[in-house]
Design a protein around this ligand. Structure first.
Ligand SMILES: [Zn+2]
Length: 83
């Protein structure tokens, strides 16, 4: 989190909303998460700024930060990042 989310927020300069972070196995199953999702380890977050334009800026920032997965979800409605 200190290596990804905080630097991303600082560089972006506006609030980032975390729609999903850690998921217990039961919740992960309900939302259709991958069986080996990083969310189960508390090492993933689904992020949005509230606008696709700012999500694009956030995505470009996240590309420069350490991550295992970076996914532009549903046409930019949110971004999945795992570290
Ligand atoms: Zn996710």
């Amino acid at each position: 989190m200190n290596d990804v989310l905080e630097p991303a927020r600082t560089q972006l300069g506006i609030p980032i909303y975390v729609n999903s972070g850690y998921r217990c196995p039961a919740l992960n199953a309900v939302v259709g998460g991958a069986k080996r999702s990083y969310h189960l380890l508390g090492r993933a977050a689904d992020l949005t700024t509230g606008s696709r334009a700012d999500n694009r800026r956030l995505y470009d920032i996240l590309r420069t930060l350490p991550h295992h997965e970076l996914i532009w979800e549903r046409g930019g409605l949110w971004i999945h990042v795992a570290w």
